[in-house]
Write a protein that binds this ligand. Structure first.
Ligand code: ATP
Ligand code: MG
Length: 402
């Protein structure tokens, strides 16, 4: 049976207190692309739930949209009926006939919810009334109320009833933007897109910043970053990508800095530029894909010295994940395939032979003070930023997604 409605349940945390309306509104906004492609779709808001009335839209299109919305606990494809016991029994039977095994037996139970107290049968009677009808008219279903293979839900609402058997787990987290905004330092690697996704999942709206070393890095390397931003933009509609010309700073640091502190100084310069952009874009934090111990520049003291170049909080969602866990998420969100393309980002090209794992902030600051014109170069880099808007709104690509 084709579902008529998708019952979407918001996460429990989103139901608490004054936030509920804000959270519901954000989720509704994010469902808009679905209506853009299928204008007959309707959304109905109930306490802590959103009902998507599919009309002409295929269920798969709704699923595709829901898989890119954060803050959802679960959703269920449901069949709608009038508030009439015989109709409910009929729909329930049809659904269970569809799921009936071709051979052997399977177990089920009926569970009921009744928010409409005017309905003649309560949630204790309904399972019996509906279950007996299924038993009488099928051959392979038996009842097991404790560990059933399938649970058929009957949900009696004010104006209608819903019948469903499947509950799909939602993405979790918080609706996008309900916890503020972050600026993601997006490289072409495996880690930073995952960090961005995790931060978005925790309710942070996101813009991204990428440092390129053109002509040392190719245009293809930049396209790879744009492709990654595009995957992330699926969760937000659009994503601003700030492209920073970083070559002059890198050359300067290489010429006048200290070889074993080069990576540290580069990261500090990146952060200082990111902080300026974040402040301008009203972001409250910088997000990076750093993870403890992965490389020399990610020891505890390196992260400390890098982080001290700015005042804004630097969030590192991957800090406690190992590489295998990060790769798993990258595969799941489909950034992995893009990240492993071989195009160099700026850091790999300027990688020095030796890197200190235990830098001292005093030494690093002293080295930076001796590099003439570093502040001016940072200013120039900020002025040279080119911003691209990545995502379906600009490219009118929503239709391709569903
Ligand atoms: P990734 O896989 O994200 O590139 P990594 O393990 O290769 O991370 P580094 O190259 O040391 O580690 O980078 C650490 C973090 O610094 C990255 O996760 C990213 O947030 C940021 N970063 C590095 N290079 C760039 C760049 N060219 N543009 C923007 N951010 C960058
Ligand atoms: Mg990298």
């Amino acid at each position: 049976m084709k579902p008529d409605v998708v019952i979407v349940r918001l996460g429990e945390l989103t139901l608490k207190g004054r936030n509920r309306h804000r959270f519901e509104r954000r989720v509704l906004e994010q469902l808009e692309p679905l209506r853009l492609v299928y204008p007959s779709v309707r959304f109905a808001l109930e306490f802590g739930r959103i009902h998507i009335e599919l009309n002409e839209a295929p269920y798969e299109a709704a699923v595709e949209c829901l898989s890119h919305i954060f803050g959802l606990a679960s959703y269920s494809p449901a069949i709608r009926t009038e508030l009439d016991l015989e109709l409910i029994r009929q729909v329930a039977l049809e659904r269970m006939q569809e799921l009936e095994p071709a051979e052997g037996t399977a177990t089920f139970k009926v569970a009921a919810k009744r928010s409409n107290k005017a309905f003649a049968h309560d949630s204790k009677e309904l399972p019996h009334l509906v279950g007996s009808h299924i038993l009488r008219n099928t051959e392979r279903w038996t009842v097991d109320v404790h560990h059933p293979d399938t649970t058929l839900w009957v949900d009696i609402r004010d104006k209608e009833a819903f019948v469903y058997t499947d509950t799909v787990r939602g993405s979790g987290g918080f609706p996008l933007g309900t916890n503020g905004k972050g600026l993601l330092m997006l490289s072409g690697g495996i880690d930073s897109p995952v960090a961005g996704w995790l931060a978005m999942r925790m309710g942070l709206d996101m813009e991204a910043i990428h440092f390129h070393s053109y002509p040392y890095t190719s245009e293809r390397a930049q396209r790879k970053v744009e492709d990654l931003a595009k995957v992330l933009s699926r969760y937000s509609g659009t994503m601003k990508l700030h492209l920073v010309p970083f070559t002059d700073i890198q050359v300067k640091l290489k010429e006048e800095g200290r070889e074993n502190l080069l990576v540290i100084c580069m990261k500090r310069a990146m952060l200082r530029i990111a902080e300026r952009v974040a402040a301008k874009r009203r972001a409250g934090a910088i997000i990076t894909g750093e993870s403890l111990g992965q490389v020399a520049s990610q020891t505890l003291s390196s992260l400390d010295v890098i982080g001290r170049s700015v005042e804004m909080p630097v969030l590192r969602p991957l800090i406690a994940m190992d590489k295998a866990e990060i790769v798993k998420v990258a595969e799941q969100i489909k950034t992995f395939e893009i990240s492993i393309q071989p195009y160099e980002d700026c850091c790999t090209l300027f990688h020095p032979a030796s890197v200190t794992t235990n830098p001292s902030i005093r030494t690093v600051e002293a080295v930076e003070r001796h590099i003439e014109g570093l502040d001016e170069l940072i200013e120039l880099a900020v002025q040279g930023i080119e911003t691209k808007v990545i995502g379906w709104k600009e490219n009118d690509e929503a239709a391709k997604y569903f």
